[in-house]
Each structure stands twice: as structure tokens, then as C-alpha cells.
Write a protein that binds this ligand. Structure first.
Ligand code: FES
Length: 272
């Protein structure tokens, strides 16, 4: 190898690591971006928290230990109602802390509990008459139809429409429209008429479920069969079984197929 060739080779070897360097830098840069901190204000105090965190995670990152205002962390329990305001915007916004991600310079305060009016009643003494709701929640008629409740709902429920249904005495419609309510209370926090929509809807759903919607025939029959003792022998066998026998029974059980029709029956019909 000539001196010229040797020099060329050694130069190539020398530059090789350098060609890898930008790649490493890029990885580092990526990590830096992933951990980028943004400023937010929790109860008026400034914190730096990772971008992309939910409000709930950001609060915990900032050192808050949440013993109220935190439950399922999945947007279904309604425990984490939160108010916030963004810089340069006069408007107060609401969200679930476990769902909403932080934005730079957001001002945040949680509402673990909203002191809304909740009527007390003996459910067994109620009827399905609309007047029951009117009596327990007369403030229903203070609704001014401003629609703030609907705008505040993190579940996308047509809250104002459900309230209108209740005012018209249509408990079934109010129950159906509010079916996805998670009782977070954010509608109430924004209501000019001081209505506790979520408590009213809960009453509507209870009345609807217990007194309006038709009974499921198959369930009625099954409850009767249980009461008559048709499954006593089978339940007795289960109570006597050892743990390994129970496991075997469980693992070998016949599962109803997802696409089974109404007339599906298991192969073992001894207990039907
Ligand atoms: S923690 Fe349950 S809805 Fe947010």
C-alpha cells in the first residue's frame, strides 16, 4: 500500500466515528424534547412540568399527593373536575384532570367536590310521575337555557336538552340523554341558575330504570328460579369443591360466543 493510499485509509477510519456522531446527538436531542419542561401554575404557584403530561400527572410531578380529586384516572369516575384558564384568554375552562394535557402558562385549580344541592328521598316511596322531580328539585325551572352546562360537559352530553326534557316531564328522555354522565359536577359549576343537573339526572335514571323501562323477562325468570332453589345443588357442589377443582371447572367452562344468538344454549344443560 502506498503512503498516499495508507493516508487515505487512515483518514477514512478517522472520519468514520464522526459520521456516527450526529446520529447520537439526534438521539440525545430527541430525549431532550421528550423531557421538555413547560411552566404551569397550580393554585397560583409556578411549576415546570413535562410537556404532554395530563393535569393530574403534572400535579403529582409538582409534588401534590392526590387523596381527593382522583379516582379511576381513565375519565369514568368523575372525581377530577378541574378549572383552568389559558394566558391571554379571559374565559374560564373546565376539564377532567386525568384527561386534559397541560399547556404552557395554564392556570389550574382542581374542584374535588362541588357543594351542589342533592335532594334526599325515600326511593321506594317515589312514583314515575314528573312531579316527583319537580317537588325534589324545584330549581329545575330556574334554567335560563344558556347552554353553559352543555359546553362544560367533558362527556359531550347535551345537558341543556336533558334539562329541557325534565322540565317537560319526560323522565325517560332525560335518563337516556344523560346516560354517559359521570357525576363530575362541572355542568353545575358553570350554571347561572344554580341547578345541580347531575343530581337531577341521577334521580331521572333511577326512576327510569326502576319504574319506566320494561322488566327483562329472562331476568325475572332467572331470579324466580334462584329463589325457588333450582341451583341450590349446583351451588352446594361449588361450595364443597377444592381450589384446584374450582380452577379446573373455571378453565374448562363453556363460554358463550360473542356472536351467539338469543337461542344459544350451552352443551351442558343440567342447570338450565
Ligand atoms: S380520575 Fe376518574 S374521571 Fe378523572
Amino acid at each position: 500500500m502506498s503512503a498516499k493510499e495508507r493516508k487515505k485509509k487512515s483518514t477514512a477510519a478517522a472520519v468514520k466515528p464522526r459520521t456516527k456522531k450526529p446520529a447520537k446527538t439526534a438521539v440525545k436531542e430527541e430525549k431532550k424534547i421528550a423531557a421538555r419542561l413547560i411552566p404551569i401554575y397550580i393554585m397560583g404557584k409556578r411549576y415546570e412540568v413535562p410537556e404532554g403530561f395530563t393535569i393530574m400527572k403534572a400535579m403529582e410531578y409538582a409534588g401534590y399527593i392526590l387523596i381527593r380529586g382522583c379516582g379511576c384516572r381513565g375519565g369514568t369516575c368523575g372525581a377530577c373536575g378541574t378549572v383552568y384558564r389559558k394566558p391571554g384568554d379571559y374565559k374560564l375552562q373546565v376539564a377532567l384532570a386525568c384527561q386534559k394535557t397541560v399547556e404552557p402558562d395554564m392556570y389550574i385549580a382542581q374542584i374535588p367536590f362541588f357543594p351542589a344541592n342533592r335532594a334526599t328521598y325515600e326511593f321506594a316511596e317515589l312514583t314515575a310521575a314528573p312531579e316527583e322531580v319537580f317537588k325534589l328539585y324545584p330549581e329545575l325551572f330556574r334554567c335560563v337555557a344558556c347552554n353553559s352546562c352543555t359546553k362544560a360537559c367533558p362527556q359531550g352530553i347535551e345537558v341543556m336538552d336533558a334539562i329541557s326534557a325534565l322540565k317537560q316531564g319526560n323522565i325517560a328522555q332525560a335518563a337516556q340523554l344523560s346516560f354517559d354522565c359521570i357525576q363530575c359536577g362541572l355542568c353545575t359549576s358553570r350554571c347561572f341558575g344554580e341547578l345541580a343537573q347531575y343530581h337531577m339526572f341521577q334521580l331521572a335514571r333511577r326512576i327510569y330504570g326502576a319504574m319506566i323501562v320494561p322488566r327483562a323477562q329472562h331476568l325475572t325468570e332467572m331470579v324466580r328460579a334462584v329463589d325457588e332453589g333450582r341451583y341450590d345443588r349446583f351451588l352446594g357442589e361449588l361450595q364443597q369443591a377444592r381450589e384446584d377443582e374450582l380452577k379446573k371447572l373455571y378453565e374448562e367452562r363453556e363460554v358463550e360466543p360473542m356472536a351467539a344468538g338469543e337461542d344459544w344454549k350451552p352443551k351442558d344443560t343440567r342447570y338450565l
